[in-house]
Design a protein around this ligand. Structure first.
Ligand SMILES: [Mg+2]
Length: 166
């Protein structure tokens, strides 16, 4: 089970993702977690930096989908603001919503990367389907009690996995 919990890449933030490196790996679509990956927990609006960065990826031809375990209400307005399709109540790490995201993007496991801040949802879910998995450090300090509990387990899983800066 251990290998399913290790990300292929561990970065400081989504801004450290190098689109050109992804392209060389054959990646054409990106599945993004929302809370603490793209924005702080429950933050409703994207920062101008984030909106610009997502627009840049889209301009380079990458397909994108937000995949969140949070509610429809929380995800919908955010997704509309950045113009990226979203799946809420995703049930990560279950496979079903990843398959749905890939259908939306027209990609396959070999051409899809999953990006998120949590090992037990984002990394595990992506690895189960053999996507390229990118773990990022959580954005902000606010988090749900459930997430706080999982962080303790994450620290144990991630022993020896180093954060890279690009
Ligand atoms: Mg998250």
């Amino acid at each position: 089970m251990g290998r399913f919990l290790r990300p292929d890449l561990f970065l400081e933030s989504v801004y450290a993702i190098d689109p050109e490196k992804l392209r060389r790996r054959g990646i054409r679509g990106l599945v993004f977690d929302l809370d603490m990956t793209l924005v702080e927990w429950m933050e409703q609006r994207p920062s101008p930096r984030l909106a610009g960065w997502l627009g840049n990826l889209s301009g380079q031809g990458f397909r994108m989908c937000i995949l969140s375990n949070n509610s429809h209400q929380r995800v919908r307005s955010f997704a509309a603001a950045v113009g990226v399709p979203a799946i809420s109540w995703a049930g990560k790490p279950l496979a079903r919503s990843y398959r749905r995201a890939m259908r939306l993007m027209g990609t396959t496991p070999a051409t899809t990367a999953a990006v998120g801040d949590q090992v037990f949802t984002d990394v595990w879910g992506g690895n189960r389907l053999h996507l390229f998995t990118i773990l990022v450090l959580p954005l902000g300090r606010r988090q749900s009690p459930h997430t706080r509990f999982l962080r303790h387990l994450e620290r144990w899983v991630l022993r020896g996995v180093e954060v890279r800066h690009s």
